[in-house]
Write a protein that binds this ligand. Structure first.
Ligand code: PGA
Length: 259
């Protein structure tokens, strides 16, 4: 696992955007698995800047998203589809056919999830999965207790995770859906490369447990210890509970860092 620690969230975002730009330069039709939430907002802003400067071309990329609220449609302003349209798909001029997302309005959620798994496979699998992490260690909407062999499925969202998403629903907690569709942990672990971004002190305990703790379904992100190609991009607040040895290792690894 590569661990990179940066001064602030701007540096985390810029590094993530640059890494993705390198990936797309090497393989223009890369398949990306993308996150939502507050953390990646700055990364998407940097990606849009790179697109405008012609240093990033996403027109041949294929993107899947980690998750979507269930029970609201893609047109709902709180949906992750609308979030992605706002922050990346529209400003980066990505063809809609290349931006695949789970449909939260699907009546048959089992079928929707099976089709999504099939679409990822048909696209050749994920080249790079970009993840955030919940303060409780979730990845995607895989909350604590999610099996490591889980696939795309409907899940119940934990109360603290619903609260963290209230900003998408005018801060009205009661409007945040109670369930979601999410790719599974097994689906995430099949990505060829994983980038996890974490910023802010609220993530420090989960990050320390991810790196130093046991591999346990109680902390879904600990499953990443099993993956051969993971980079953690952290700001110093999210890294606050790591010890100095790890930070020294990090500096060495940082020099060798590339996707
Ligand atoms: P956040 O969410 O970026 O809004 O903190 C991260 C996550 O839940 O994966």
């Amino acid at each position: 696992m590569q661990i990179e620690i940066f001064e602030d969230e701007q540096a985390v975002a810029q590094t993530a955007a640059n890494l993705l730009a390198n990936q797309l330069a090497t393989k223009p039709n890369s398949v990306l698995l993308l996150p939502t939430g507050r953390t990646p907002l700055l990364m998407y802003a940097h990606m849009v800047e790179l697109v405008q400067q012609k240093q990033l071309d996403l027109t041949n990329a294929k993107t899947f998203n980690l998750d979507e609220f269930y029970g609201i449609g893609p047109e709902h302003p709180g949906s992750y589809r609308q979030y992605m349209e706002r922050v990346l798909f529209v400003p980066a001029a990505m063809p809609t056919a290349n931006t695949v997302m789970l449909n939260g309005a699907a009546t048959d959620s089992v079928r929707e999830c099976a089709d999504y798994e099939a679409a990822i496979k048909a696209a050749g699998g994920v080249d790079v999965a970009v993840l955030g992490i919940g303060a409780n260690g979730h990845i995607g909407f895989n909350e604590p207790g999610s099996p490591f062999d889980s696939r795309t499925r409907q899940v119940r969202i934990q109360p603290e995770t619903r609260a963290a998403n209230a900003f998408l629903f005018n801060n009205k907690l009661e409007e945040v859906p109670e369930t979601a569709l999410t790719v599974g942990i097994a689906t995430i672990l099949e990505a060829r490369k994983i980038l996890l971004l974490a910023t802010g002190e609220s993530k420090a305990a989960a990050i320390a447990a991810l790196i130093n703790g046991p591999i346990t379904e109680g902390l879904p992100a600990s499953s990443l210890q099993k993956h051969p190609n993971v980079s953690l991009l952290l700001d110093k607040n999210a890294a606050a509970q790591l010890n100095t040895n790890e930070i020294v290792t990090t500096e060495v690894e940082r020099l060798a860092h590339s996707l």
